[in-house]
Design a protein. Sequence first.
Length: 187
Amino acid sequence: MISLFTYPMILFGLFCLWAIVIYNRLVRFRQQVSEGWSGIDVQLKKRSNLIPNLVETVKGYTRHEKNTLTEVIESRGQCIKVKNGGALERGEAEGKLTNSLVNLFAVAENYPDLKANDSFLNLQHSLTEIENDIEMTRRYYNGAVRIMNIGVETFPNVFIAKQFSFYRADYFQIEDPKDRLAPGVKL
């Protein structure tokens, strides 16, 4: 025969089990967000390491395009400074670097010898691959953030999340509205 004391113990045990399951799920979500951020960081570091080589290659051909080269170097420096910043701050700096690289490649269009240079072509190809990898890692990160944010905000998870300091994560997104516009193509 089950005593009256047994029912509250069973309910308490079920409550504890429920809390443990939710806590572990939230920990898994947080780790996926961290993994996604780490992937972005690795790809951005690869891109940052290629930029000095690209700039030096272009310098030899475009002595008078100093402003564009300076902009690329300054944008890279800003990205390095905000390395430990949040997703929003980092996204803004990386967006500026991407824009300056686009400008650099536009300048290169004016120099046929540079466009035919093997070193420049290899660097341009490597940067294109890295940009594609960055896009994929951003998608993974933002997907992990979405799952984390849903997990933190849904009922009844919200009670466990608040109790154990699980918070919403920031998406890695474009800060400058001009970056969302389609580029103009002139033929």
